[in-house]
Design a protein around this ligand. Structure first.
Ligand code: PLP
Length: 833
């Protein structure tokens, strides 16, 4: 790093970077890769070629740190945490790697000297979108924090050939197309064929006499396939530690191909090969719903057994068969129940393959596993049918039954023969067919069960896992989610980051976010307010260009940028937002000169392809938006833009430009939220219910710096218990009635007034499960208040600054430190220098 004047450099708490390169060397490296790796003449190079060559040049710089991290961890034989997640929503990797390795300025300068625009080159990288939403993005933020804090860690998952679908709109309706992100390969994926593992499927279970003369059980799978690992380097901030994500790709075995070829001919061989390679083909696009497809269970088992076999191989290479220390060397975190099959699979590997005996194996399992719950929604709790299991994983089903039998006899030892209790606590749900309750399996097989925000962890203990909590209260704990400030502030909002660095005279805040508290004393400083709000305005102008480009809508950067970006779901209540938009629009039509703060409502959201009502809400927002955007009577005071294909990269453009963060879920439904944290950190004011981590955001920023509305969890429960009837609200609230009736009139949809009947019915005829009508008035009032407060520029600036200054709790570094100390018992292993 360039040295500043001596007085300034004394004040700077400089962050050490382990990677160094000169602009000249870096530029030459790009040109070298353009010629030698890509075989491309610079005159013919496309943006993608330049991005590839740049990414390869960065990769070269971090490889040394990658190798030294691996050998350091190997030599120390340190404990590692293995994070098992079916989803990783990584986004683009190059820019963030530049930030974390300290090479951002070098790369910018090098590309500039080559006559290229850095931002447009970086934009040619396709997002690595191997996740649906918050759960997958959390896994990605955690990898960044694990590496930044120098924890030995590996993230395991699946290398989906197709990530989350690409969204576009036709006539305002969602169209899905495949996300073929790997079409041109990725410089960030390194294949490791030497660590390929075998995976069995189906077949039967046999009793066999072991070599020691003991009767034992063996699984004889019907089919076999291969898991081939691809490693993605994860560079911590400063690049002292470079960990990796290991993502498994499914492939057909050669033997299987040949046998099938010999017996059944070419077509069957090809069919079997295609079947095996289908497993890692596509990410399921459902967020918070399970559809019980057998391929998904196969995906879960596939990545779990690959990962566990890999973990055991690594353990044995260092510790031989010394199983007594397995739990001292290995911690495994289950990201939701998606990897819950790891519990019976580790039992199978230890009992059947390693010959350890049940009790010892169980002891190991329950010391190694920890489970994170992500939702209370009943439709999201995974259950797999017993007949499915029997067909696909017969030995695992036996093991689950054995685990359950021992568990229920323990339950009986506490409560006696209470058949009600036993049915409630059983891992197997009775019915036709019987189902395996994956959350219960996870709880029984783990030593730790955590929720992802204080409120959520509390509700877990009181509702879905109440019986388990009563038996083992010591297992239960909270780990409030967090986000990485490297991606979500330093990389995404360079203007604000530079202002923070200059103001605090420190560049170590991305690693020590508590330093942001130092901004509090500037909250009322008019010079600082001016600079802070100028940066916000620049970010808004930048987003306005993107919106113009993607939606054809003109946004005024002086309007309030009111942002709701998250998966489309009824519980998140994008339609409540729509009802306020309709209300405001109607108010302006009645009084075009009303003195309201101009507003731009900005949405980003994908709906699961099979979720009809969610798609209806998207269509309604787009349709209403189109009418509003083209209505000259309201003089541009209202605009609505639905940005297509919301993903991590778009989030990085939208969040720095947001004034308002819509976090309006029905209280008790959003486990935590992390979008709320990203937005508040970037100075957007939260408009939110007392749900998930909003409760803790309120605690941190203070009640004057957030807008809270609506019912809390107790009020929701009370109203439901009393018997809630949305028609009563509708009939007594003229504005609500007008908005809902207007929606199904000819006005928005000439010739097709019933288009949005489903939306209207969901909040009236079908009982309004998510209490949209009940919270409507309170929401409108809070939104109106916000509009008034925005007119006071100094007050608004102060609020925004205090949000940035007070969000440090929500760094994923804090979250990961808590997991490491309370759950994993994990030590840091920093570089020795
Ligand atoms: C952070 C993030 C989410 C989660 O948003 P919530 O508002 O917490 O649901 C979803 N998608 C993307 C792309 C994100 O970056």
């Amino acid at each position: 790093m360039a040295k500043k004047s001596s007085s300034e450099s004394e004040a700077r708490k400089e962050c050490k970077f382990y990677v160094n390169a000169s602009v000249k060397d870096f530029k030459n490296s790009i040109l070298w890769h353009m010629e030698r790796s890509l075989a491309r003449a610079t005159v013919r190079a496309t943006s993608r070629d330049w991005w590839l060559a740049t990414a390869m040049a960065v990769r070269d710089e971090i490889m040394g740190r990658f190798i030294s991290t691996m050998s350091r961890q190997y030599k120390a034989n340190s404990k590692r945490v293995y994070y098992l997640s079916l989803e990783y929503l990584m986004g683009r990797l190059t820019e963030d790697t530049l930030t974390n390795s300290g090479l951002m300025d070098v790369a910018r300068e090098a590309l500039k000297e080559l006559g290229l625009d850095f931002d447009s080159i970086m934009a040619s990288e396709v997002d690595m979108g191997l996740g649906n939403g918050g759960l997958g993005r959390l896994a990605a933020c955690f990898q960044d924090s694990l590496a930044t804090l120098d924890y030995p860690a590996v993230g395991y998952g699946i290398l989906y050939e197709f990530g989350l679908f690409t969204q576009s709109f036709e006539g305002g309706r969602q169209i899905e197309s495949p996300d073929n992100w790997l079409k041109f390969g990725s410089p960030w994926d390194i294949v490791r064929p030497e660590y390929t593992v075998k995976v069995g499927i189906g077949g039967r279970v046999e009793g066999v006499m072991s070599s020691t003369g003991d009767w034992s059980v063996r699984w004889i799978p019907e089919g076999e396939l291969l898991g081939v690992p691809w490693d993605v380097p994860v560079v911590g901030y400063g690049a002292g530690t470079v960990n990796f994500l290991r993502l498994w790709e499914s492939r057909a075995t050669n033997e299987l191909d040949l046998n099938a070829f010999n017996n059944g001919g070419y077509t069957q061989a090809v069919h079997q090969k295609a079947m095996s390679e289908t497993i890692s083909k596509v990410l399921y696009p459902n967020d918070k719903t399970e559809n019980g497809k057998i391929l998904r269970l196969m995906q879960q088992y596939f990545f779990v057994t690959c990962s566990l076999q890999d973990i055991i191989r690594r353990f044995k290479s260092l510790n031989g068969e010394n199983w007594d220390i397995f739990a001292d060397k290995v911690a495994i975190q289950l990201n939701d129940t998606h990897p819950a099959i790891a519990v019976p699979e580790l039992m199978r590997l230890l009992v059947d393959v390693e010959g350890l005996g049940w009790d010892k194996s169980w002891e190991i399992c329950t010391h190694v596993f920890a489970y994170t719950n992500h939702t209370l929604l009943p439709e999201a709790l995974e259950k797999w049918s017993v007949p499915f299991f029997e067909k696909l994983l017969p030995r695992h089903l036996q093991i689950i039954y054995e685990i359950n039998a021992r568990w229920l006899s323990y339950v009986e030892s506490i409560y006696g023969r209470d058949s009600d209790k036993i049915a409630r606590l059983s891992i197997i749900e009775e019915g036709a067919p019987k189902m395996v309750r994956m959350a219960y399996l996870s709880v029984v097989g783990s030593h730790s069960v955590n929720g992802v925000a204080e409120l959520h962890s509390q509700l877990l203990k009181e509702s879905v896992l109440r019986d388990f909590y009563q038996i083992s209260p010591e297992k239960f704990n909270n780990k409030t989610n967090g986000i990485t400030p490297r991606r979500w502030l330093k990389t995404a909002n360079e203007g604000l980051s530079d202002l923070i660095t200059k103001t605090l005279k420190s560049d170590s805040w991305p690693k020590n976010l508590d330093e942001l508290k130092g901004l509090e004393k500037f909250a009322e400083d008019s010079d600082f307010q001016k600079k802070y709000m100028e940066i916000k305005r620049e970010n808004k102008a930048h987003l306005a260009k993107i919106v113009k480009d993607l939606c054809g809508v003109d946004l005024n950067p002086d309007a309030i940028f009111d942002v709701q970006i998250k998966r489309l779901h009824e519980y998140k209540r994008q339609h409540l937002n729509l009802l306020y938009i309709l209300t405001l629009y109607r108010r302006l039509l009645h009084n075009p000169d009303a003195d309201i703060s101009p507003r731009a409502f900005i949405f980003g959201a994908k709906a699961a392809p099979g979720y009809d009502l969610a798609k209806n809400i998207i269509w309604a927002i787009n349709t209403v938006g189109n009418v509003i955007n083209n209505d000259a009577r309201i003089k541009g005071k209202l605009k609505v833009a639905f940005i297509p294909n919301y993903n991590v990269s778009l989030a990085m453009d939208i969040i720095p430009a947001a004034d308002v963060s819509e976090q309006i879920s029905t209280a008790g439904k959003e486990a935590s939220g992390t979008g709320n944290m990203k937005l508040a950190l970037n100075g957007a004011i939260t408009m939110g219910t007392l749900d998930g981590a909003n409760v803790e955001i309120l605690e941190e920023v203070g009640k004057d710096n957030v807008f809270i509305f609506g019912m809390n969890v107790d009020e929701v429960q009370k109203l439901k218990a009393e018997g809630y009837n949305p028609w009563n609200v509708y009939n007594s609230n003229e504005n609500l009635k007008s908005a809902l009736d207007w929606l199904v009139s000819d006005y928005f949809m000439p010739g097709n007034p019933t288009a949005f009947e489903p939306l209207r019915k969901s909040v009236l005829d079908w009982g309004d499960q998510f209490m949209v009508c009940a919270d409507y008035q309170s929401y409108c009032d809070a939104q109106d208040r916000l509009g008034e407060v925005y007119k006071d520029k100094a007050r608004w600036a102060k609020m925004a600054i205090l949000n940035t200054a007070r969000m440090s709790k929500f760094s994923s570094d804090r979250t990961i430190s808590e997991y490491a100390d309370d759950i994993w018992n994990l030590e840091k292993l920093p570089p020795r220098e």
